[in-house]
Design a protein around this ligand. Structure first.
Ligand code: ZN
Length: 302
């Protein structure tokens, strides 16, 4: 759970990560939002969109105003990114961007886990909980420009860095991952990729990971040990670990084989895996001294 950054905090992050912002075309951007409908936050991730049009300046203004005639008042994003890679700020706060999507995707992102794909039925408001951005691109024949691709990488990095969200694919999604209504949004291919793929999301995610480099705490940040953390596991801990492992495996198995697929094979595998993990837990316990302190580190290998 994260409190959204303020507009000032965002501007500082944008500077830190080398984003070029235009804050002058719509100077009231920092207070232009839909917070009167519902609060913005807590936030759980970044959503990348394409506008579905090659329009540039006109699109910035359209996304600022929205489309009240269609019941869609602006802003329609926090910023619109033109072909030159500039982020034109049009709002800050809750915007009419993602709309409804699959609540299971949000649940996974809240837990820092990979969202399920493809998304199921729309059940949940995505406007309150994501930072959404519109890139001017109409699709496969008009993909992101190299400058837009770079901006997408820096934008995602700036937000993940601020919130210390360390699992990139669980914190940055395309609109197509949020709702089945938006397959192919965004459609982009990095120019470094010569294949004719209209969408190469994995390449983008890898670029964000590389850009963030060591600036995020890894999943297990080395910390000085505290007595509490080094307490040996008790029976209740092991039951809890067992339940967590089982839940992970069920989800993984369901994704691989579908619910009720080859359940027998899956259960057999999950039992073996669970036994492995419980054995490791035993080993960890054995490796803990009676007073709860960890044993002296093994000498480094030559
Ligand atoms: Zn979209």
């Amino acid at each position: 759970m994260a409190v959204p950054m303020s507009s000032k905090q965002f501007v500082a992050q944008a500077k830190k990560w080398g984003l070029r912002l235009d804050t002058t075309r719509h100077p009231d951007w920092a207070t232009h939002n839909r917070n009167n409908v519902k609060a913005f936050g807590p936030v759980y991730g970044v959503v990348i969109h394409h506008t579905g049009s090659s329009a540039q300046t006109g699109m910035i203004d359209y996304c600022y105003r929205g489309d009240p005639a269609r019941g869609l008042p602006g802003p329609l994003a926090l910023g619109v990114i033109t072909d030159d890679g500039i982020v034109h700020m049009i709002g800050w706060g809750r915007a009419n961007t993602q709309g409804q999507g699959d609540g299971r995707v949000l649940t996974a992102m809240k837990a820092g886990r990979m969202p399920p794909f493809p998304p199921g039925p729309d059940t949940t408001d995505g406007n309150s909980c994501f930072y959404g951005w519109e890139f001017c691109a109409s699709g496969a024949s008009d993909p992101f420009t190299p400058a837009q691709f770079n901006t997408a990488v820096n934008l995602a990095s700036a937000i993940l860095d601020f919130h210390a969200w360390s699992n990139v694919p669980a914190s940055v999604i395309g609109h197509y991952q949020w709702t089945g209504r938006k397959a192919g949004d965004p459609a982009f291919k990095p120019t470094a990729d010569t294949r004719k793929e209209s969408l190469n999301w994995p390449v983008f995610i890898e670029a964000v990971k590389k850009r963030l480099g060591g600036s995020l705490p890894p999943a297990s940040t080395p910390k000085p040990p505290t007595p509490e953390e080094d307490m040996p596991l008790n029976a209740a801990d092991i039951v809890a670990i067992r339940a967590a492992v089982q839940a992970e495996l069920e989800e993984y198995g369901a994704r691989l084989w579908g619910k009720g697929g080859t359940a027998g094979a899956y259960v057999a595998r999950s039992d073996v895996r669970e036994a492995d993990i419980l054995q490791t837990v035993d080993r960890i316990e054995e490796d803990t001294n009676d007073d709860g302190t960890p044993p002296a580190p093994a000498p480094p290998k030559a």
